[in-house]
Design a protein around this ligand. Structure first.
Ligand code: HEM
Length: 517
């Protein structure tokens, strides 16, 4: 973000990849000649001290007097216009280099090294140490982090493996449709589902849990399991408090309530995940003891592969749940919000789904490859509302050169993803919802720089849940379109996004679901 606080917030996400820009643009491939300039050369380069940027006081002014504290995504744009595509912001303990052009983002990524890190998360680390937990994906770094990713990746990122999750995800989508039907038919006008994002959170939780635990939790039933509600509330709390806690000095912990609440939220997250893991592990053991083969999905695979300690299984599964709930749900909410307001786009999507799957047949993963418009809708939603509006790279072990500036080891970069996605030079009519721009041969298609749109991050540190997220969103959106025409409520206000580590709707999105004939 323009400001350090916003950058810190975005970096702190450290949480949560569309095609990783497949083949790096040759013209931008600067890794070899820029990394570690020869002695003497470095002296000729400008340094971090030469960067433009707001003072700490100006940052406070922007955040709290100009009202950007929860709109740090917009501040990226404002500050890029003021300072150019690279600027420095200092705020509390943070000294951050913001980059807001795809060329500069590419330069940072090409120098990220073998073990990329998004940001140091001292407060997350402190919590883990306090409770004697393993560090996990977000806190661990170097070879230890890579070891975790190597254990998690094969079942999550290999397309062939992820296809095995399709049947259970389709069941979950079936439950979502039934819940939408119940909610809309009970509403006063017989059509409105209030706060669609809240419903889709439950869907997100059920979806990722069904994959991880190989069993259904019932989050989309009328009586929602208390642990689901506890987890969803704790995600919200932890992400919100994380932004505050990291800025406050340690001495304030006994005086102010934030650290205590942050710890309580993490305790809830961890406890819910551990309870679910323990329950499922006991079932798997009983199966094996009874002579049944322990065939299952993700948790069985993790336990059987024996590559992670039990403490690492607890924390990484907690992190997968955390990554899997409000990322897909917010993206789906924005997609429905726009489709409801753009009858033409909705009709085109409905026609595509009906042509590929006549008679409301459930789409298979193979069907999805014949639905380019569906994929374009999801891409365009992620471009307008990148759920991770700013990503980060903390380059600890190397000096790097970016944009003609030399940076010492341990420089924190903030990659202003929201700003690049909304850049008119990259995307014509950047503020318009125009899925067509993603269709081959469509107007303006593929003219953007590959690093202007990296919603799932990039490289070995990119999102581990990308394939699962895409399948979940494609199934949900296509089947909702088969069954309903979605409309905004009469007189419904425009809903703007706000930043709460992630980009989320600033007010509830209420939509009318009208059954299709
Ligand atoms: C619309 C859906 C999603 C989006 C846009 C998204 C985006 C991202 C981004 C931008 C990152 C940072 C990548 C980087 O630093 O290069 C990330 C990391 C991560 N995501 Fe996702 N994500 C989504 C869904 C999911 C799901 C469903 C899961 C769980 C299965 C998940 C789990 C994670 C985890 C665990 C990380 C940290 C990986 C690491 O640090 O090694 N995400 N995601």
């Amino acid at each position: 973000m323009g400001s350090s606080a916003a950058a810190a917030r975005a970096l702190r996400l450290s949480a949560r990849c569309c095609p990783t820009p497949a083949a790096p643009h040759r013209v931008y491939d600067v890794r070899r000649n820029l990394n570690v300039p020869a002695a003497g050369e470095a002296a000729k380069l400008k340094s971090i001290a030469d960067l433009p940027g707001p003072s700490a006081a100006t940052t406070l002014y922007w955040l709290f007097l100009r009202g950007y504290a929860d709109k740090s995504h917009l501040l990226q744009d404002v500050q890029r216009k003021l300072y150019g595509p690279i600027w420095r912001s200092q705020f509390g303990p943070f000294d951050i280099v913001n980059v807001a052009s795809p060329e500069l983002v590419a330069q940072v990524i090409r120098q990220e090294g073998r073990y990329p890190s998004r940001a140091e998360l001292p407060h997350w680390k402190e919590y883990r140490e306090l409770r004697g937990q393993a560090y996990g994906l977000h806190v661990d770094s170097g070879p230890e982090w890579l070891r975790l990713r190597r254990a998690l990746n094969p079942r999550m990122l290999k397309l062939r493996e992820v296809l095995a999750f399709a049947p259970v995800l389709q069941q979950v989508v079936g439950d979502l449709l039934r819940r939408v039907e119940r909610l809309r038919s009970r509403s006063r006008d017989g059509a409105t589902v209030p706060d669609v994002a809240a419903e889709l959170y439950k869907f997100g939780f059920e979806g990722i849990s069904s994959i991880l635990f190989e069993s259904r939790l019932g989050c989309l039933r009328d009586a929602i399991p208390p642990d689901t509600l506890r987890f969803i509330a704790a995600v919200e709390q932890m992400l919100t408090l994380s932004e505050t806690v990291v800025l406050l000095p340690r001495w304030s912990r006994g005086v102010l309530p934030f650290w205590r609440r942050f710890v309580a939220a993490w305790d809830d997250l961890y406890d819910v995940a551990r309870t679910l893991i323990d329950r499922r592990t006991a079932e798997i053991l009983a199966q094996v003891t009874g002579g049944e083969p322990a065939e299952g999905m993700y948790l069985t695979y993790l336990l059987a592969s024996d590559r992670l300690s039990r403490a690492e299984v607890y924390i990484t599964v907690t992190e997968l749940l955390l990554g899997g709930v409000d990322t897909t749900s917010n993206t789906l909410s924005w997609a429905l919000y726009h489709l409801a307001r753009d009858g033409r786009a909705q009709e085109r999507l409905h026609r595509e789904v009906s042509a590929v799957c006549p008679g409301r047949r459930e789409p298979t993963p193979e069907d999805l490859s014949s639905m380019p418009y569906l994929k374009a809708v999801v891409k365009e939603t992620l471009r307008l509302y990148p759920v991770v509006p700013g990503n980060g790279r903390f380059i600890a072990d190397a000096e790097v050169v970016v944009g003609g500036y030399w940076f010492p080891k341990r420089t924190q970069f903030h990659l202003c993803h929201y700003a690049t996605c909304h850049d008119e030079q990259q995307f014509v009519d950047a503020e318009l919802f125009a899925p067509e721009r993603w269709l081959r041969g469509g107007a303006g298609a593929y003219r953007h720089h590959p690093y202007s749109f990296i919603p799932f991050g990039v490289g070995v540190r990119g999102c581990v849940g990308k394939r699962v997220a895409e399948m979940e969103m494609f199934f949900a959106l296509s089947r909702l379109m088969q069954h309903y025409e979605v409309q905004p409520e009469a007189g419904a206000p425009v809903v703007e996004p706000k930043t709460r580590t992630l980009l989320v709707p600033s007010r509830p999105i209420n939509l009318r679901f009208l059954p299709r004939a």
